[in-house]
Design a protein around this ligand. Structure first.
Ligand code: SF4
Length: 453
């Protein structure tokens, strides 16, 4: 598997596409700013959301068991999965028990995290993603690159080529309306024929035993309303205590995600309709381990709005696939080392630690501080490459010895002036993408001594 830096290097080779990706996501960030500034109580809402999540995480067992009790009283079958394998097995079993072959799925990052599609396909079961962006990447056999905008790395020309290949649309027709209509007709056949629909869960309400699914396309509703079996998949952190709390989160979610005042469809499910089966699979998959890490507990407050992605200068210029994990971006870089520290040891370093992610997060997660803390854990656990480890030990020695620091500054300035090749060479990763600065005539310390009054 490529590291983030290696995959990002491949992504930025296409400079025009990188600029376009950067500008497109920044445009979404600006829409978020306008929406947030339109609400005078925005900061209060963020604080409330953070506190509600804090309280819920501190009483998770209580709220999850209350939810289970109420959901079961409503006629929903509740399943518990300790990990991704159990989650996939439960869904597979429901499919087998009911002998269904036609399955549609709306966007669910949890099913991406658990690799549900791969599991079912391995067992000969076809599953169709119905979110437009997800369907595009599914046809291309790619993972989503963004949790809200799964195909944001693709231009309309790419989509046109994909649809021409798989849906037989006119070659070279890049008209978004034409392409969307083609996707609509293509998906409609699957919706009408579907026997089982899988959805994610944005919020599960302990008080009512119901849950809410938010989409802009209405595809979750179409699937759940036409199929005789509805399976909803949720991580344990999706629980909130009461229905009144939804008002706080629904106001924050889409404003933070796309700058819309409200998601187009916020659908509330409480019980199966007559003759329908409704299942909910509640998944841990490392979440209780993260809950037990005081420095990273707050990451479980995440409502997956992706505002931290859209503002992150590293995400915008390296693309979602560089993160090699289901949830990319700043929050993915905090969640993924908990799932597999060795495989994801590079991700907390894929950040400038500028703090912009923390500033926009609607539930006030201290994202950049957690990235910094993960770096410390990863170094202590020995998961950094030897070169980096030696480099950091060297820096530690230089920076903690004033005489050595002053001497190395002198040597560095001399080398930059007289032997620039020592710095400007292909072994220096900074030189690859940047012009190195002119060597200063003197150190700051020398300048300061001269000018101090
Ligand atoms: S960490 Fe915050 S900003 Fe990022 S996706 Fe989660 S809720 Fe949104």
């Amino acid at each position: 598997m490529k590291t983030h830096a290696d995959a990002a290097e491949a992504f930025i080779k296409d400079e025009a596409r990188t600029d376009w990706h950067d500008e497109t996501l920044w445009f979404v960030r600006e829409k978020r700013d306008i929406a947030a500034h339109g609400i005078p109580e925005w900061e209060k809402l963020r604080e409330w959301a953070s506190q509600i999540k804090n309280h819920t995480l501190s009483n998770l067992n209580h709220y999850l068991s209350t939810f289970e009790e109420n959901a079961q009283a409503n006629g929903i079958k509740v399943h518990w999965a300790a990990n991704a394998a159990e989650h996939n097995q439960i869904i597979h079993q429901i499919i087998q028990d009911n002998k269904v072959t036609k399955i549609v799925k709306s966007k669910s990052m949890l099913t991406e995290e658990c690799h549900l599609n791969e599991h079912l396909i391995k067992h000969g079961i076809e599953i169709i993603d119905t979110d437009l962006g997800e369907r595009i990447v599914q046809l291309r056999k790619e993972p989503p690159s963004h949790i809200v905008l799964p195909a944001i790395h693709l231009k309309k020309q790419d989509v046109s080529e994909t649809f021409h290949e798989f849906l037989d649309t006119e070659k070279g027709n890049n008209d978004p309306q034409y392409l969307t209509e083609a996707a609509r007709q293509h998906l409609r056949d699957y919706f009408v024929a579907s026997e089982l629909a899988i959805t994610g869960v944005n919020f599960a309400v302990a008080e009512t035993g119901g849950f809410v699914v938010c989409t802009n396309e209405g595809n979750a509703d179409m699937g759940a309303h036409t199929a005789d079996i509805h399976i909803a998949c949720m991580g344990i952190e999706k629980i909130i205590p009461n229905a009144e709390h939804l008002g706080v989160f629904l106001r924050l979610l889409t404003r933070s995600a796309t700058g819309q005042p409200i998601t187009t469809y916020s659908s509330h499910y409480h019980r199966p309709r007559p003759g329908q089966q409704m299942h909910i699979v509640i998944v841990d998959n490392g979440r209780t381990r993260q809950l037990g890490r005081p420095d990273f507990r707050n990451s479980l407050k995440c409502i997956r709005c992706a505002a931290c992605f859209n503002t992150c200068p590293v995400y915008r210029r390296s693309g979602g696939h560089s993160y090699h994990t289901a949830v990319a971006g700043p929050i993915g870089s905090i969640l993924s080392p908990n799932l597999d520290m060795k495989a994801n040891a590079d991700l907390p370093f894929a950040s400038t630690l500028c703090g912009s992610c923390t500033n926009v997060c609607p539930v006030k997660i201290d994202i950049h501080e957690q990235l910094w803390k993960w770096r410390q854990v990863i170094v202590a656990e020995g998961y950094v490459p030897t070169g980096k480890k030696m480099g950091m030990l060297g820096m530690n020695f230089v920076l903690s010895n004033p005489t050595v620091y002053a001497l190395s500054g002198k040597v560095g300035r001399w080398a930059m002036k007289t032997l620039p090749m020592m710095v400007n060479n292909k072994f220096n990763p900074w030189f690859k993408q940047r012009e190195m600065p002119e060597a200063p005539a003197e150190s700051f310390e020398d300048w300061y001594k001269k000018h101090r009054k």
